[in-house]
Ligand binder design. Structure first.
Ligand SMILES: Cc1cc2nc3c(=O)[nH]c(=O)nc-3n(C[C@H](O)[C@H](O)[C@H](O)COP(=O)(O)OP(=O)(O)OC[C@H]3O[C@@H](n4cnc5c(N)ncnc54)[C@H](O)[C@@H]3O)c2cc1C
Length: 189
C-alpha cells in the first residue's frame, strides 16, 4: 500500500511527488507521458533564465525519483474507495493501492468525472472544466486531492509546480498529524 499515489506527471504531479517522497511517504506517480509541457519554452519560471519544458519535466522526474518516488508509465482509468484507502486501475489492467491520491491530470478532467469528483467551470483559456477543491486541495471525496491545472490554478509552470507542492504539504501534514515543514540548510563550517 502506498501512502500517496499521484496521477499525472507534469510540474504539479512531479513537485507533489518530490515533497511526499522527501517526507518519507511511500509514493507512487503514474503518468501516461502525454503531457504538453514538453512543447514549452519557459522564460518565466522563477530562478531559471530559460529552459525547455522537456528539460524541466526530465529534471523534475529525476528529482522526484531521487526523493524516493516510484514512477510508472500508465493511463489511469479508475480510482475507487476501499476500506483503508483507494484502488487505482490502469488501462493495462494493473492495480495499485494507496491511502491517499492526488490528481494532477492537467486540463483533462475525464478521470475526475469517472471517479465522480465534483467539478466546476475553469477560468483559464483552454481549460473548460476543473476539479472543485477547497484552498488546501481537498476534493469532494475525502482522501482524494487535486493540484495544478486540474485544480484550476493559472496555467504557468511556476504556479502549477507550487500548487503541487502546496497540496502535497497539506496531505503530508494530515498524514503526520502535525504541520509539515521541510527545510535544508548549508552545513555550518
Ligand atoms: C506549447 C506550450 C507552451 C507553454 N509555454 C509556457 C510558458 O512559456 N510558461 C509557462 O509558465 N507555462 C507554459 N505552458 C503551460 C504549462 O506547461 C502548463 O500550464 C503546466 O505545466 C501544467 O502543469 P500540470 O502539472 O498542472 O499539468 P500537465 O503538465 O498538463 O500534466 C498533467 C499530466 O497528467 C497526465 N495525465 C492526464 N490524465 C491522466 C491519466 N488518466 N492517467 C495518467 N496520466 C494522466 C497528462 O498526460 C500529463 O502528463 C505552456 C504549455 C504549452 C502546451
Amino acid at each position: 500500500m502506498y501512502d500517496a499515489a499521484i496521477i499525472g506527471g507534469g510540474p504539479a504531479g512531479q513537485s507533489a511527488a518530490l515533497f511526499t517522497g522527501k517526507a518519507g511517504l511511500k509514493t507512487l506517480l503514474l503518468d501516461n507521458e502525454k503531457g504538453l509541457t514538453k512543447r514549452a519554452l519557459l522564460r518565466n519560471h522563477y530562478g531559471v533564465k530559460e529552459i525547455t519544458g522537456s528539460d524541466l519535466v526530465a529534471a523534475g522526474r529525476k528529482q522526484a525519483e531521487s526523493a524516493g518516488a516510484e514512477i510508472i508509465k500508465a493511463q489511469v482509468t479508475l480510482v475507487s474507495k476501499e476500506k483503508d484507502g483507494f484502488r487505482i486501475e490502469t488501462e493495462n489492467g494493473e492495480t495499485f493501492e494507496a491511502r491517499q491520491v492526488i490528481l494532477a491530470t492537467g486540463s483533462n478532467q475525464k478521470l475526475a468525472q469517472t471517479i465522480g469528483l465534483k467539478t466546476k467551470d475553469g477560468q483559464e483559456k483552454y481549460v473548460k472544466t476543473v476539479i472543485d477543491t477547497d484552498p488546501a486541495g481537498h476534493t469532494s471525496v475525502d482522501g482524494i486531492w487535486a493540484a495544478g491545472v486540474a485544480a484550476g490554478v493559472s496555467v504557468h509552470t511556476i504556479v502549477t509546480s507550487g500548487d503541487g507542492a502546496k497540496t502535497a504539504i497539506n496531505l503530508i501534514s494530515e498524514q503526520k498529524g502535525e504541520r509539515y515543514v521541510n527545510h535544508d540548510a548549508i552545513p555550518a563550517k
